[in-house]
Design a protein around this ligand. Structure first.
Ligand code: UD1
Length: 416
């Protein structure tokens, strides 16, 4: 199994191109099922998750090809409505095929994703929303099964702001009969970008970027031709790398507004940040200052940056308090960071981080995607060598991470 070997203690310098967003690419890949035809998606990151999603689409009968970051999907010949457990269990986002299959074929058989490393992660809102739109869904041997479904416009309010359920219901509503009103929707850039893509294909959606969407169903959509938005979490992770190593990084091809909450916290921690139209330059302090963070749905501080921010706070001057209100159990990085000398006390969903002057390199284990990123950051700032095991998690969500870091002066290599 591949591992990452990092020799820490070098400030990172230079310019780094930020890739397309995984979490924006996956729902757009699912949306290709809504319209039979040949779809073109540019700036799709080369990641294990985009490849897994391609496999899901191929099993349904689509033809998928990659040419660098261009992904072409021919969804004309889709002839199956089943997304099997073997694939869904490796990537929860596979559940995005549910609404498009119901909308196009009136039927679907999609495995329930189950729990994950951060706790239960239910899909009740996806199901309740589709049921409100007239889909009779059964749970049969671990599968969500819909037959003879005719989606109809409805009014549905989310109890909890959910990225996945908002994207799911948007894809259901665009081809439903009548008008759908969705309340308390997610406004993450990935969700808004999906809405923009659907509108460009002929969907009628009002209110994108606000908490209420009004969607008039249409009878057909045109194939997608789009460019995936930049990955705000990858960008914020590199920003944290500059902050932690006392370096200076220019993040290229980014939208600062998409990760403004993270940038503000890094500024509060002592970084200097320059925002340009499509670039952000982050200069790290000699040592970060302690900051308090509460994760929230967008535009708040992203839960997907919580682990990386704990790594920053681990070497900060002072005590930081970091609370995750979105995923209460998402702290598997804490014991691994402790192996590197971090002083972190976990009280439920709150981490109290007493900054230490220096972390020391150690053998650690990656437990999920963003937890792995926090270990990479810690390794870059630590004294000595850090060996990170199970880095397949990183390959799910960071395109060419070690090449990008290596080009910025990090001593990092993949070892077997
Ligand atoms: C997406 C992101 C993930 C990110 C998360 C929150 C993708 C592929 N993944 O995950 O990286 O961490 O948003 O920003 O885009 N919930 C329910 N019932 C549901 C659905 C969600 O109670 O049916 C709860 C969840 O337990 C969680 C909260 O809603 O507490 C937010 O989850 P959600 O936004 O749905 O996360 P995902 O879409 O799965």
């Amino acid at each position: 199994m591949d591992k990452l070997l990092i020799t820490g203690g070098r400030p990172l310098h230079g310019a780094v191109p930020i890739s397309g967003a995984k979490n924006a690419a996956l729902p757009v890949m699912a949306a290709t099922l809504l319209a039979p035809g040949v779809h073109r998606l540019r700036n799709v990151p080369r990641l294990r998750d985009t490849r897994t999603f391609a496999k899901v689409l191929e099993l349904l009968g689509a033809k998928v090809s990659f040419d660098g970051n261009l992904c072409s999907i021919d969804s004309t010949g889709v002839n199956s409505v089943e997304a099997p457990y073997e694939l869904v269990k490796t990537m929860r986002a596979s559940i995005y095929v549910l609404a498009p299959l119901l909308a196009r074929f009136g039927a679907a058989r999609v495995s329930l994703p189950g729990g994950c490393a951060w706790g239960p992660r239910p899909v009740n809102l996806h199901l309740a929303g589709l049921q409100a739109m007239g889909a009779a869904l059964d749970i049969d041997h671990g599968y969500i099964v819909g037959r003879n479904v005719k989606l109809k416009g409805a009014r549905f309010g989310f109890d909890v702001v959910s990225v996945g359920a908002t994207a799911q219901l948007m894809m259901a509503a665009v081809l439903a009969e009548g008008t759908t009103v969705l309340e308390n929707v997610a406004v993450e850039p990935d969700v808004t970008a999906l809405g923009d893509v659907l509108v460009a294909c002929g969907a009628r959606i009002e209110g994108l970027g606000t908490r209420q969407l009004t969607i008039q169903g249409v009878t057909a959509l045109r194939p997608i031709d789009t460019t995936i938005i930049p990955d705000r979490i990858e960008a914020a992770t590199f920003a944290a790398a500059a902050a932690m190593t006392g370096g200076c990084l220019k993040l290229e091809r980014v939208v600062a507004a998409h990760f403004e909450a993270a940038l503000r916290k890094l500024e509060e921690a002592g970084s200097t940040i320059e925002r340009a139209i499509d670039a952000v330059t982050v200069t790290g302090p000699a040592r970060p200052k302690a900051v308090n963070v509460v994760t929230q749905p967008f535009p708040g501080f992203a839960t997907d940056m919580q682990a990386q921010m704990i790594a920053v706070c681990a070497i900060a001057d002072g005590t930081s308090v970091i609370e995750d209100t979105v995923y209460l159990d998402r702290f598997t990085h804490v014991p691994e960071l402790a192996r590197m000398g971090a002083s972190i006390e976990l009280k439920g969903n709150v981490a109290v981080v007493k900054g230490v002057e220096r972390l020391s390199g150690a053998q650690v284990m990656a437990t999920d995607l963003r937890a792995s990123a926090s270990l990479v950051l810690a390794g870059l700032a630590a004294q000595g060598e850090t060996l990170i095991d199970r880095i397949y998690h990183l390959d799910r969500g960071y395109e060419a991470l070690e090449q990008k870091l290596g080009a910025l002066g990090a001593r990092i290599q993949r070892v077997n």
